[in-house]
Design a binder for this molecule. Structure first.
Ligand code: 13P
Ligand code: SF4
Length: 311
């Protein structure tokens, strides 16, 4: 990495009272300059907690929007506004309104990977680390509209033993992960443990297999929970079923373990749009800023507060 750029970033951060928050899928160079790296929930909570005036959000657009709703007094900057999310794009607000009309009285439970407009039409928001807990907290007699990820929906349905209506959306990266790939890697390596993100298409089969065989070495976790689990497990070979960016932090935190991505090409092009040069430009120009219209932010706030545990 260019040391002059790093020095410039560090000086500007101090001068402008700015911090860099980065998601676990960011490129290694970004993770290495970040003040905090985490999963979606961790980043939202960190945005609330930090005293900085400016947050350089190294992640994707919906994450920056969520931070902006949570912290309206902070300037939230996203180094590339094109850093979107195929999962968030799998439902728009008109589709949700139609769905709600067809299911009057249903509780709308939305993944954090959605636009602010969708959150504004939702009762609850959740991340992969608290999806089960949030659904369990909802009155059993209420019908639930769960969106937008069908694989995460199937996972939550099985875990809560509750029938929920699930939107048929998917993330193009996680949808490409198959159970076959896990099986092949387990045949190839000894003493494996498998860490699976619940957005993965392989989830239902993996869950079925692990329950049937009482296999405790197949775990469903958010990206941050994967990092914590890898530190404590005795298994040496860890198969990772999620976007490959997480492997950088996994290796840093558990250098004694061998991390095997289920698919080496499982990368999110949106997450990789953020570069060190763009971070420097963003710090200099204090743009592009992500700001949510006031009335949408106000409507989305309760669902997001429920997600971060504020209410
Ligand atoms: P988490 O970091 O919450 O596990 O989510 C992963 C993801 O796909 C974010 O887009
Ligand atoms: Fe969205 Fe998938 Fe990229 Fe996560 S990995 S940001 S869900 S497209």
């Amino acid at each position: 990495m260019n040391l002059n750029i790093l020095k410039e970033i560090s000086d500007l951060k101090k001068q402008k009272n700015a911090v860099i928050l980065a998601h676990n899928y960011q490129i290694p160079e970004i993770q290495d300059i970040a003040d905090f790296i985490g999963d979606s929930l961790g980043l939202a909570r960190k945005a609330l907690e930090v005293e900085a005036e400016i947050i350089i959000f190294c992640g994707v657009h919906f994450m920056a929007e969520t931070a902006s709703i949570l912290c309206p007094d902070k300037k939230i900057l996203l180094p590339d506004l094109d850093a979107g999310c195929s999962l968030a794009d799998s439902i728009d607000v008109n589709q949700l309104r139609d769905w709600k009309k067809k299911n009057p009285g249903a509780v709308v439970v939305s993944y954090v990977n959605t636009t602010a407009e969708i959150k504004a039409e939702s009762d609850y928001c959740f991340t992969s680390s608290n999806a089960v807990k949030i659904v369990e907290s909802i009155d059993k007699n209420k019908e639930i509209l769960f969106l937008p990820d069908m694989f995460l929906g199937a996972y939550v349905q099985r875990k809560t033993n509750r029938k929920i209506n699930v939107w048929p959306g998917e993330c193009h990266v996680h949808a490409a992960m198959t159970y076959e790939e896990i099986k092949n890697l387990r045949d190839e390596y000894e003493e494996t443990e498998v860490l699976i993100h619940p957005e993965c298409a392989c989830g239902s089969q993996a869950m079925y297999y692990s329950e049937k065989n009482n296999d405790k070495k197949m775990l469903f976790l958010s990206t941050e929970a994967m990092i914590n689990r890898a530190k404590e497990t005795a298994s040496k070979n860890i198969i990772v079923a999620t976007e490959t960016g997480v492997i950088h932090k996994l290796k840093k935190n558990s250098p004694d373990k061998n991390f095997i991505p289920i698919n080496k090409s499982a990368t999110c092009k949106y997450m990789k749009m953020i570069t060190v040069d763009k971070v420097l430009e963003t710090l200099k120009s204090e743009s592009p800023e992500v700001k949510v219209e006031k009335y949408i932010a106000a409507k989305a706030k309760t669902a997001i507060d429920r997600m971060v545990g504020l209410v």
